[in-house]
Design a protein around this ligand. Structure first.
Ligand code: URA
Length: 490
């Protein structure tokens, strides 16, 4: 058994793992140990003594694994280096090149679980970092900002480029107990973590932020459970608006009662649009119009979202549809697919993609090793638009206006699920979510400018293949489509 001490970072593990694989050192002969960050020279000495001479070609490792490994390397567990090496060994020496597609494999599942935890943590960091101004601009400096954040995992290096891109025009530092990131407009630097006391407490920006938050606060939307599950209390203490939460929530019940007793014109408007048969005694705050629901942002509960969408009459499409068809799948799915609108089968079943387009989609998902049950699948428009031809109800494309009116529902779903990967299937979804002038023929593929998720892709709708005559051309397009789906989730 040999001990390999590495600087606890992905590139250090990768370099060591490569040498060990070339030297064909099996995983149960290696004990991985974390050393201190920033002490690379020390580790190089230890490692070169400890390792057998490695010669030969480095083994080829699938890209999907290396990308997963980079995420997993941020996880706080001590077991990660050993497990990563074991899976790398199985991929290269164990004759299991397809291992990453075997989602039920215990090692793969564990890695996927760790990677998902790291993704969630990165998502929280992007959402909850709040910068405070600590220095004015001068002749040779720009304004300076500092934020404090407490990540669960070592995600600072991986996530800092996001802030460098988004806040490129200011100088900032993000301080955390694990590691700090600093941006000066040109270079990202990293230093050791610091205690909470080193983060600034108050400044004028906070006052501004608090008054903004108090202004937008709507007590009728208050759902503490949802707030806590979306934004765990742990993060509250670092948000400038947090001190307001107790005060505003304690007054919420009274303010809601006042609103119910003296309805505003908007509330009256919403109630007036309740369909016949919805008892007027139903909670007046549980049915919202699409735009109102979207405005609730993160504190919109699934219950209110579903109830409101079910009763939506914001456009005439509800009149001829059997029911509203909202998305299905895990509420914290990593991947979300968005189609156009329910078809005849979906309208009757109340679930998306259960008809012939759904069958084609299911086939493609199986071929690329994706489990449909792990995905959140939904549509841009929630009611079936159709015309009658003999006994059949034939699909009609929704107008831009119908898409516009319905769009808040899908945006609200995206905000709730917060998928890492968002895939628009077809032009209707791409126009609604990426750009109104989106042209599939020219722009199919990744859409890095769209901020709705970490990865946003647009590709063909499955119905496109149902309309195509069979033959080689169709087979080629189908292969491209599956490659799109595979690349989108990488
Ligand atoms: N087409 C879609 O866009 N969505 C469905 O749910 C079914 C067919």
């Amino acid at each position: 058994m040999q001990t390999v001490a590495i600087e606890p970072r992905y590139d250090a593990w990768r370099a060591r793992a490569r040498s060990l694989l070339v030297a064909a050192v099996p995983p149960d002969s290696v004990l991985w140990e974390d050393g201190e960050r920033g002490n690379a020279s020390l580790f190089e000495d230890i490692e070169s003594d400890a390792l057998p001479a490695a010669s030969g070609k480095p083994p080829r490792i699938p890209r999907a694994f290396m990308e997963l490994a980079e995420l997993v390397s941020c996880h706080r567990t001590d077991e990660k280096w050993g497990l990563l090496y074991r899976v790398a060994w199985r991929l290269t020496h164990g004759d299991e090149r397809q291992l990453m597609q075997v989602r039920v494999d215990a090692d793969v599942r564990k890695l996927e679980g760790w990677a998902a935890a790291v993704r969630r943590d990165r998502h929280k960091m992007k959402a909850f970092v709040r910068f405070r101004k600590v220095g004015e601009a001068s002749a040779n400096r720009r304004e300076q900002f500092v934020a404090w954040f407490e990540p669960e995992h070592a995600i600072v290096e991986l996530t800092a480029p996001f802030f460098a891109k988004r806040f490129a025009n200011m100088d900032w530092s993000i301080l955390t107990p694990l590691q700090c990131a600093h941006w000066d407009g040109a270079t990202l630097r990293f230093t050791e973590g610091v205690p909470r006391a080193e983060a600034p407490q108050e400044d004028a920006l906070e006052e501004y932020w608090r008054s903004y938050y108090a202004h937008i606060f709507n007590p009728a939307r208050l759902k503490l459970d949802a707030m806590q599950s979306e934004m765990p209390k742990k993060y509250w203490k670092n948000l400038p608006e947090a001190p307001l939460i107790a005060e505003l929530t304690s007054k919420a019940a009274n303010r809601v009662a006042t609103m119910v007793e003296a309805p505003t014109s908007r509330r009256a408007h919403v109630s007036a649009r309740l369909p016949a048969g919805v008892p007027p005694t139903e909670s007046p705050v549980s049915v919202l119009a699409p735009v109102d629901a979207l405005q609730c942002g993160e504190d919109l509960s699934w219950e209110v979202l579903r109830t409101s969408a079910r009763h939506c009459q914001a456009c005439p499409l509800h009149e001829r549809a059997t029911q509203t068809v909202l998305g299905t799948g895990p509420e914290d799915a990593e991947i979300m697919l968005v189609g156009e609108q329910p078809g005849d089968a979906e309208d009757l079943a109340g679930a998306p993609f259960v008809g012939s387009a759904g069958a084609l989609l299911d086939g493609a998902l199986t071929d690329i090793g994706l489990d449909r049950d792990a995905l959140y699948i939904t549509n841009t428009v929630k009611h079936f638009k159709w015309r009658r031809e003999r006994k059949r109800r034939l699909h009609q494309t929704p107008t831009a206006q119908e898409v516009h009116v319905c769009r808040p529902w899908v945006l609200a779903e995206i905000m709730k699920v917060r998928p890492r990967v968002l895939i628009c299937l077809g032009a209707t979804a791409a126009k609604a979510l990426i750009h109104p002038k989106f042209a599939m023929a020219q722009q199919r593929g990744p859409c890095p400018d769209c901020q709705l998720a970490e990865r946003v892709w647009a590709t063909w709708h499955p119905a496109y293949f149902l309309r195509m005559p069979g033959g080689q051309a169709r087979d080629r397009q189908l292969a491209l489509w599956k490659a799109d789906l595979t690349n989108a989730i990488a």
